[in-house]
Write a protein that binds this ligand. Structure first.
Ligand SMILES: Nc1ncnc2c1ncn2[C@@H]1O[C@H](COP(=O)(O)OP(=O)(O)O)[C@@H](O)[C@H]1O
Ligand SMILES: [Mg+2]
Length: 177
């Protein structure tokens, strides 16, 4: 019972944090960070969380590339994307994180093997409060987009209904004030 209570409290805590992030002004404290340890830290946190019980994680690609980011904020984006992936995979599945370096930017592509989304949903996912879940806030991707844009980066989503979804996070590789 205690475990159930703690999980419920965790859910409330996340909802409140999403609302605060959406409503409160904030600014990224950027520094040059290697992407791989940041992604790995969020994977480790997910692997010890019961929501991700049946999810297998894999991280691949360029394990040395650095980007200009606020680790606290960027971890929140990755967490939001992982959570959506897990929630789209009712019978478990895989979440793959591919890190890629481009001349001016670095990319983390996060692919899940979940239900995917319709073309109509795809056009709306970044709108605040758009959700297809009974208990969703519809703020996860809206806040994630705010965070990526505040870094001078971007977020994109592509999906094939029934096959899965890929979310691509792009960050600049150098700090521009
Ligand atoms: N990986 C994904 N697979 C399928 N649908 C997704 C995925 N990520 C986002 N979505 C869709 O986008 C909507 C908005 O996501 P989000 O902003 O995180 O809000 P919430 O998770 O609270 O619904 C979700 O309700 C869902 O319909
Ligand atoms: Mg979400």
């Amino acid at each position: 019972m205690m475990k159930e209570i703690l999980e419920q409290v965790g859910r409330v805590d996340l909802t409140v944090r999403e609302l605060l992030m959406f409503a409160k002004p904030w600014r990224p404290e950027k520094s040059l960070c290697e992407l791989w340890p940041v992604v790995a830290a969020v994977v480790a946190r997910a692997e010890s969380n019961s929501t991700f019980r049946d999810v297998v994680f894999e991280v691949s690609g360029d394990l040395t590339v650095a980007a200009a980011l606020d680790p606290f904020l960027f971890e929140q984006v990755i967490w939001n994307v992982f959570l959506n992936g897990a929630q789209a995979m009712h019978r478990g599945g895989r979440i793959l994180c591919a890190i890629e370096s481009l001349p001016e930017s670095a990319r983390v592509a996060i692919t899940d093997t979940g239900s995917g989304l319709s073309a109509e949903a795809q056009d709306n996912v970044f709108r605040p409060f758009f959700t297809t879940k009974t208990r969703g806030t519809g703020l996860g991707l809206a806040v994630s987009r705010q965070i990526m844009e505040a870094h001078g980066g971007s977020i994109a989503i592509e999906s094939t209904r029934g096959a899965g979804t890929r979310v691509t996070l792009t960050l600049p590789r150098t700090i521009k004030s």
